[in-house]
Design a protein around this ligand. Structure first.
Ligand code: BT5
Length: 325
């Protein structure tokens, strides 16, 4: 019933794009109360519809949500395999879960899972990743490099470089990388990357690389506690962006870097990563599961491990941590 009202509203607004429709006439048309109409209008707003309300006149549609069209990702995509197989869903728990399943079922390397919304989007250590509908890029990429498990952090760093380059090329926004997986603009988080894997005791079968990018959120689209620390490409440029084009840009950079990595190893990726990094050369605090270490970020190793030198001159290898600068 309630989805019928929602559908009816969308239809009524679509049929009369330039007309104000009063709550009363909509209630009559759809056979429900005016309170129900108001509730559903609010829900449509949450879904990305922009609706104007004018007293005594009613509601008018300004725009419907810009949706990701998978074919638009493919059109003009100049890659051999990256992003060529697209599994697209409107609403999912987490694109990581779907990609995990597809990888087990033998999905081809380069397959991506893209969703308009995640209800259970996750970060590292089971933290939550807010993924509001139609506002961002919530996707997981399957790669199958033939590498030992200890080298998998390299692919997180490679992905961070590709995402920086893709976003920059399409939108002009220049993000910095904070080790290991955050992309920041002016110190605020624009993107998070989560790498999971399927492996036996020493070799990787599949890497599932989750990429979350805030694209068209306005400030109030972020939960209050994230508003001071998060940003979106919209907030940085005051322009809304076609997310399919950004995905396409990232896929092209990612494949180029991945092929370079398979041919030449991590070294050329490391040089690029260092050029975008804001963690290096700074005094930072690394909060690890075993406690905090304060030190000077000297660099990353060839495996992607962060090296911190403490005040006694002792070098610590940091495999996993949150970095405070
Ligand atoms: C990350 O974790 O930054 C990795 C996020 C990966 C998300 C992608 S989306 C597609 C794929 N499917 C998934 O389910 N996940 C991946 P971490 O470093 O642990 O950071 C998590 C923290 O970032 C949270 O505890 C919040 O403080 C903050 N946060 C949550 N949502 C955010 C958002 N949309 N923008 C900025 N910060 C956010």
């Amino acid at each position: 019933m309630s989805s019928d009202i929602r559908k009816g509203l969308i239809e009524a607004f679509t049929n009369s794009p330039d007309t104000y429709l009063s709550g009363e006439s909509l209630a009559e048309l759809l056979g429900c109360s005016r309170t129900a109409i108001w509730k559903h209008i609010e829900a449509l707003r949450k879904d990305g519809f922009i609706l104007e309300a004018v007293r005594k006149k009613g509601y008018r549609i300004i725009s419907s949500p810009e949706k990701i069209v998978p074919n638009k990702i493919l059109f003009g995509l100049n890659t051999k395999f990256t992003g060529r197989n697209i599994y697209f869903e409107e609403s999912v728990n987490s694109t990581q879960n779907i990609a995990q399943r597809l990888a087990l079922e033998g999905a081809e390397e380069g397959t991506i899972v893209v969703a308009e919304e995640q209800l259970g989007g996750r970060g590292r250590l089971e933290r939550k990743w807010q993924s509001p509908k139609y506002k961002g890029i919530w996707m997981s990429l399957i790669l199958k490099p033939s590498i030992p498990i200890m080298k998998t952090p390299q692919l997180t760093l490679l992905t961070a470089v590709a995402v920086v380059q893709g976003i920059q090329e399409v939108t002009g926004v220049q993000a910095d990388i904070k080790w290991p997986n955050d992309l920041l603009v002016n110190g605020k988080k624009l993107t998070g990357i989560l790498t999971e894997m399927q492996a036996d005791s020493d070799r990787v079968h599949s890497l599932i690389i989750g990429i979350g990018i805030n694209v068209n959120q306005q400030l109030e689209d972020f939960a209050a506690e994230l508003q001071p620390s998060a940003t979106s490409i919209y907030l940085e440029t005051k322009t809304s962006w076609d997310r399919a084009k950004i995905i396409q840009g990232i896929m092209m950079h990612l494949e180029k870097l991945y092929l370079l990595y398979l041919e030449k190893g991590f070294y050329p990726i490391k040089i690029l990563w260092e050029s975008y990094s804001i963690s290096l050369g700074q005094k930072v605090t690394a909060n690890t599961l075993n406690g905090s270490i304060v030190g000077f970020a000297k660099g990353i190793t060839d495996d992607g491990v962060l090296l911190l030198e403490d005040e006694q001159g002792v070098i610590h290898s940091i495999y996993s941590a949150d970095i405070l600068m």
